[in-house]
Design a protein around this ligand. Sequence first.
Ligand code: HEC
Ligand code: HEC
Length: 188
Amino acid sequence: MNALKNALSIPLLLACFWGAPVAAADSTAGEQKSATCLGCHGPKGKSGSAQWPNLAAQQSTYIVNQLNAFKTGTRSNPIMQAMAGNLNDDDIKNLAAYYSGLPPVSAGGDPALVKSGQAKADMCLGCHGSSAKGNGQFPRLAGQHPGYLVNQLGHFKEGMRKNGPMQAIVGNLSDEDIKALAAYFGSL
Ligand code: HEC
Ligand code: HEC
């Protein structure tokens, strides 16, 4: 009897999921919502300061993950936790669609450091993509502000930002390595 009930309820359950409308990400709605972000992240996702990361052409999956991480407090930053707390799942999806669709920007990097950074960058590209454009959960590093990258690598090193692979990797990097890698990726 129970087996029969289960056999009947599974297709019913599936039918319910299939029947539910799945809203597609709406980058126009994301653009409207981004009015509250541009004071820091800049017009078209190009920020004017290394305090604030560029969001232009960032991976949409990565943006969704980070906004949820701020929202639940697994990534800590008082400003972004407050901002993300006001966003619902649709806002997050729409903002990610908007920012990921913008043309990439390049912050540039100290030319004196770029070469030594390039020599060390191979170990990063397996995850962050052959041109450091990112892929899904792996963020784009290309063109990001070097000062922001240095800060985040420091956060992984101190354990303030948590991610198993990244914490293991930065454990093997000196401060000089970090500065050089950040300059190289920023220059792309
Ligand atoms: C008052 C300034 C400010 C505003 C407004 C703001 N942010 Fe941020 N945002 C920051 C800072 C600072 C960081 C870096 C946090 C850190 O160091 O971890 C950040 C980080 C992020 C990140 C992570 C990027 C990465 O590369 O990991 C995302 C995504 C993000 N913000 C999206 C948004 C969105 C979407 C909005 C608007 C709804 C917004 N932010 C509004 C200051 C701001
Ligand atoms: C095994 C895969 C892997 C490798 C190799 C790797 N990363 Fe990462 N990296 C990640 C993941 C996953 C994240 C996102 C973590 C999260 O969700 O918070 C990340 C995040 C980052 C961030 C934060 C970016 C931002 O916008 O906040 C920086 C900076 C970074 N990685 C630099 C590097 C550098 C430099 C190297 C090479 C020395 C490297 N990574 C190698 C997987 C990797």
